[in-house]
Design a protein around this ligand. Structure first.
Ligand SMILES: [Fe+2]
Length: 386
């Protein structure tokens, strides 16, 4: 096994009403970065603001972070932070709000930097001279609250950049299941399958370690047991709490072990056809598991642990329970219903997916041609048999 490094927040607070523990932060000024509407509507933004104020903080709210946060939004956040001078940045929301807060933090600590300066992996200078970061996720999926990643979109050039730096691993993560418990059914299903994709890819990754395996296996067990319950019974708080924990646990695994071809393909088909991230992963999962089987013994290991005859069949069954279709051509009301459109972009999409950084740690070698075959199997719903 090669040398591996495991970096996660020093303080991860889990459990129902763990939001109250915000009161234990020590500082003077906190800026709350959030997407806005749903956190406002459900009262969580007010809760966060009130807890901080009651603990002696002066607060400021930066709301309206868009889905796929842009460089401009991050620079706007920087300017507001430079005026306000917070010693805590509190990110409340889904992956977008947390990712934006991470980038704002970099620019706030180093206002001289441009976006181009930080695109290169690990090019970010040290942080925490001005502020620390506390993340409160509102979905059980992206796990940005524990990872060293942030995805920011250069809207001018239509390119999504994954920022990677050990310095952007948050200081505190608060995993309160009450916050995602209002997620609509289909989002519960899709984000839950994103968790399964994270855990599965971390487990079979070429950068996996004993530490990340332990976390990945635990996350897989929780997803199979509790995701169908969280989907069918949205008010079942035990299932909500388990899935919220599984998301963070899988994040702790993949922030060190990285991911694989499921994410490479999902990033590109999602970009071309606006399939949401979790849904694309859910559809791709069984196909890539079948492809990877020949190059890793970890799939057999998980079959043994879970008592599955076949892992990809078990995933397909789980998708069915969550009302997720088994191939891209079966998606309802999607531009993917047009086979010609899919075939038209297939070469470019396969080339780009092959070049995605997640491909690097996939256990089985591939090529643009192989990626193209995999896309076709997942599109037409045919078994991967090579
Ligand atoms: Fe993901």
């Amino acid at each position: 096994m090669s040398i591996s490094r495991f970096q996660i927040p020093g303080d991860i607070i889990m459990g129902e009403n763990s939001l109250s523990q915000l009161s234990t932060l020590e500082g003077k000024k906190a800026i709350i970065v959030t997407g806005g509407s749903s956190m406002k509507k459900n009262g969580f933004l007010d809760d966060v603001d009130n807890i901080l104020k009651n603990s002696g903080f002066t607060t400021l709210i930066f709301d309206g972070v868009e889905a796929n946060p842009s460089v401009e939004t991050c620079l706007k956040g920087r300017d507001i932070m430079l005026d306000f001078n917070p010693d805590w940045i509190i990110a409340l929301g889904g992956g977008s709000a947390i990712d934006a807060a991470k980038a704002m933090w970099i620019f706030y600590e180093h206002p001289e930097l441009t976006f181009e300066d930080i695109i290169e992996p690990n090019s970010t200078p040290a942080l925490r001279n001005k502020a620390k970061l506390c993340c409160i996720p509102s979905t059980s999926g992206t796990a940005s609250e524990v990872t060293a990643f942030s995805v920011i979109t250069d809207t001018e050039n239509h390119i999504k950049y994954p920022l990677v730096s050990k310095y952007i691993v948050p200081d505190v993560a608060i995993i309160d299941p009450i916050i995602p418990s209002k997620m609509p059914k289909h989002i519960t299903a899709h984000t839950g399958m994103d968790v399964l994709a994270h855990a599965t890819e971390a487990l079979v990754s070429t950068a996996a370690s004993d530490l990340t395996d332990a976390l990945a296996i635990q996350a897989i067990e929780i997803v199979f047991k509790y995701l169908p319950i969280a989907y069918k019974e949205p008010n079942n708080m035990e299932a909500r709490e388990k899935m919220h924990n599984a998301s963070t646990i899988a994040g702790m695994a993949f922030t060190s072990a990285s991911l694989g071809l499921i994410h490479s393909l999902a990033h590109k088909i999602g970009g071309e056809f606006h399939v949401t991230h979790g849904l694309a992963n859910a559809i791709l999962l069984p196909y890539i598991v079948d492809f990877n089987r020949k190059s890793t013994d970890k799939i057999q290991l998980i079959e043994h642990i879970m008592g599955f005859e076949n892992y990809s069949t078990a995933i397909a069954d789980l998708n069915e329970k969550l009302d997720i279709v088994s191939s891209f051509n079966a998606l309802e009301d999607s531009p993917l219903n047009d086979e010609n459109k899919f075939e038209e972009v297939l070469d470019r999409m396969s080339e780009n997916a092959y070049k995605d950084p997640c491909t690097l740690t996939n256990p089985r070698e591939s090529s643009p041609e192989i990626v193209k075959e995999l896309f076709k199997h997942a599109y037409y719903g045919t078994k991967v048999d090579f």
